[in-house]
Design a protein around this ligand. Sequence first.
Ligand code: PHE
Length: 343
Amino acid sequence: MSLEEIKNKLENLEKQAVAEIAQVNDSSGLEIVRVQYLGKKGELTAVLRGLGDLSENERPVIGKLSNEIKNCLAKKIASREQELKDQHEAVSLANLKVDLTLPGEVLTQGSIHPISEVMAEICAIFNRLNFAVVEGPEIETDYYNFEALNFPPDHPARDMQDTFFIEDKVLLRTHTSPVQVRVFEKQKPPVKIIVPGKVYRHDADVSHSPMFHQVEGFLVDEGVTFADLKGVLTLFIKEMFGEQLATRFRPSFFPFTEPSAEVDMSCFACQGAGCQVCKNSGWIEILGAGMIDPAVFKYVKYNPEKYTGFAFGMGVERIAMLKYGIDNISLFYENDLRFLKQF
Ligand code: PHE
């Protein structure tokens, strides 16, 4: 073969290889093309083997040309390789159907329910006074809910509690006071306890719900007096509603306390002048309380000659309604986010 023939052949090989590289569609196909042209047994090598006929002067010309072609093809293969890789990535990204430029999803954060919040606030105040939190069962026996709290059988005070009975002598507790008896049975004085929890009564209107929450508190030790009760509750009301508020203790009746009192605070909305919130009385009833009746101590074998104690109980919904100016109790249970988000 003459120099020209070899040149032509090389240039044709190059054209052919370039065309094939451009057509190849995956990296294994590209490797086949590379071996075919640039491999040890490839076509370019085969051409270079037939240089025997050329003169000393002609050989370097072909050597140079074939090196250029080799380099050129190697470059083309490398860039096609990159191109195929990019294409492959683009396709798999498109298949993912994820738009990486979209803004992240904002997680909505819940808030603490106003009842839980008020209950926690009440407990926190008594925790600071060293009261420990204890809970009790919502399904109670007649013994703990009534009998051991000195409600005699057929006593009219039982009717006042609108009890849900489950079966004879088993009921949904109507107040948190049965936990007093449960604690006294297990623990000797001094006891200083706060009891948050759900209670149930057959009653429903804008300010009553068949299920509601109470916080009970009680303290038993030697030498506890009504003055201690007044001191603790006065401090509680000031902490909870405001330093400037006055308290008032009115005589009342509960079978398990003697004497018993209903506790009022001066109206925080009108400072006692009279308004809608306090129904023009200037006072708001906030809880029931009293000195624990010695009859209760007899049931739990506490010595009433040695120990005295006080107890109090309050409705959490009522306090939350007063605090936040809510006029319908059912708002607490409807799970309407427009309501709940405000807390
Ligand atoms: N348990 C009473 C009620 O639910 C409240 C109360 C508790 C009164 C403790 C006195 C002492 O009405």
